[in-house]
Design a protein around this ligand. Structure first.
Ligand SMILES: *[C@@H]1O[C@H](CO)[C@@H](O)[C@H](O)[C@H]1NC(C)=O
Ligand SMILES: *[C@@H]1O[C@H](CO)[C@@H](O)[C@H](O)[C@H]1NC(C)=O
Ligand SMILES: *[C@@H]1O[C@H](CO)[C@@H](O)[C@H](O)[C@H]1NC(C)=O
Ligand SMILES: [Zn+2]
Length: 454
């Protein structure tokens, strides 16, 4: 379908108030055509339980440049990490009960969701970091200055977002910037990056590292450029296989750019890694504004949004929210549900899902000011549609604007939709055959009544 050439630099601008820096072009980042596996039919394998919860410090020492060192071997070396996720004995989090007791909503899970080709979303995700510079743009910072930006914050964010189920382990090569063979401008990175050019960039970086480093057990490759290599503009993920010189095939790669250093900061890592987990971009690739579909909800849209936690839909896909935490309303009638905020762990219900047709759903979840959404301006019951047949950049998720023309929260960082959540005492007809009424609040939980007339 889409090539990276269309995907990058999209989202240009569009966000009022952030146009100062030339590289500050929205949440743009691209995925090549191959990254469409999340809309293909496949068999879903429930994620194993229970999750690991402790984030061990990264292996942070530089690898000797000459020795045949391993970036530490995987737990089970010959087994794909996509199918064999290490099971920890530490179980401070409730295990998903979806495997032992099928939840009433199990039939609601989209059959197209698969983990195949994606980085592991539960257990440990091991990401190798390599730092590169260029003949025309030699680094003038230390490697550790750049590493410090991402060393702990993205893993900590994922730990909270996943309720401790995903451990992002960084495995950095800290000994030096590896010199790329070609000028930073030669990759056409900031000029409609093609998949071919992107892969040349990644392969050049792997070649610069050479055969003495083992990438065995690595799920995702991160390539970080010299800080002022302005040609390397916007961070981009790809799920095309690349082969390191030690022979390891790496299934997902992210090349970071100026947006990591100067626009969005470390959350860029969580956005791009979200793609390696199988999540789509929620902002438009062509035209419009970055927050037009999901406001400042879910950092797969606006990375710097007011409520960055992933939507329940995404957490369900990733196995962070279990099937039985999504109450499916597949038949007509009135039902009552108690929803707890998406930002906090627990075995309680996190969303309701109403199937609209073969691929689309209406969802309701509670967005609060708890946890990583402490900066949220709009809280309450958020309604949105999600459609597995719509690809990233084309609006796979659309928040329903319960207060049109409200100017959001008066906060333009996410725009009109930031105040979309419903407050207690409000009733909203979605126009999709479903009326949602927020009847009460108990602690942080909301009670909603859903009238389904489909
Ligand atoms: C590094 O290079 C950038 C871009 O040329 C420049 O703005 C910056 O001042 C340099 N920093 C140092 C420490 O030389
Ligand atoms: C960059 O663009 C130039 C001019 O279109 C082209 O010759 C060159 O092959 C491109 N480089 C890559 C890496 O695709
Ligand atoms: C399914 O429903 C969604 C949401 O209303 C709609 O956008 C989409 O066109 C529908 N798809 C089909 C195949 O009817
Ligand atoms: Zn993206």
């Amino acid at each position: 379908m889409r090539s990276v050439s269309i995907l990058s630099f999209l989202a240009p601008a569009l966000l009022s108030g952030v146009s100062a820096a030339p590289f500050n072009n929205g949440a743009a980042c691209g995925l090549p055509a191959k990254v469409t596996t999340y809309v293909t039919e496949s068999h879903y394998t429930p994620p194993p339980e229970p999750p690991t919860t402790s984030i061990s410090p990264p292996v942070s020492t530089s690898l000797p440049p000459t020795a045949t060192t391993s970036i530490s071997p995987p737990e089970s070396s010959s087994t794909s990490s996509f199918t064999s996720i290490p099971v920890s004995s530490s179980t401070s989090l409730p295990a998903s009960s979806s495997t032992s007791t099928p939840g009433p909503s199990a039939s609601c899970r989209p059959t197209s969701w698969t983990r195949e080709g994606h980085a592991p979303s539960v257990g440990k995700l091991r990401a190798a970091l390599i730092f590169v510079d260029f003949p025309d743009m030699p680094a003038n910072t230390s490697v550790s200055e750049l590493y410090s930006l991402v060393e702990t914050a993205p893993a900590e964010l994922y730990k909270q977002m996943s309720y401790g189920k995903l451990e992002l382990e960084l495995v950095p090569l800290l000994d030096k910037f590896y010199r790329m063979p070609a000028a930073s401008s030669s990759y056409n990175y900031s000029r409609a990056l093609t998949t071919e050019a992107h892969l040349k960039y990644i392969n050049d970086a792997l070649t610069a590292v050479g055969p003495s480093v083992s990438f065995a057990g690595i799920d995702v490759l991160y390539v970080l450029p010299a800080k002022y290599a302005s040609e390397i503009s916007t961070s981009t993920a790809t799920s095309a296989d690349v082969t390191a010189l030690d022979g390891t095939v790496i299934g997902n790669s992210v090349t970071f750019g100026q947006d990591l250093y100067f626009s969005w900061g470390y959350k860029t890592v969580n956005h791009e890694t979200g793609h390696t987990l199988g999540l789509p971009d929620l902002y438009p690739y062509v035209g419009g504004t970055v927050p037009q579909w999901v406001g400042g909800f879910d950092l797969m849209g606006l990375i710097g949004g007011q409520s960055p936690d992933y939507l329940a839909w995404h957490k369900w896909q990733l196995g962070w929210v279990a099937d039985n935490q999504v109450e499916c309303i597949a038949s007509a009638g009135k039902t009552t549900h108690r929803l707890s905020p998406i930002e906090v762990a627990g075995e309680t219900t996190k969303a309701i899902a109403v199937p609209l047709n073969g691929t689309a759903y209406l969802l309701a979840e509670v967005r609060s000011g708890l946890g990583i959404d402490a900066g949220a301006c709009g809280t309450g019951v958020l309604l949105y549609t999600a459609n597995t047949a719509v690809s990233g950049g084309s609006g796979p998720i659309r928040v329903i604007d319960s207060k049109p023309n409200s100017n959001g929260c008066g906060n333009n960082n996410g725009g009109e939709l930031n105040d979309a959540p419903l407050a207690v005492g409000t009733s909203f007809n979605t126009g999709l055959g479903v009326v949602v009424t927020v009847t009460g609040q108990e602690g942080d939980d909301y009670i909603i009544e859903v009238e389904q007339r489909i």
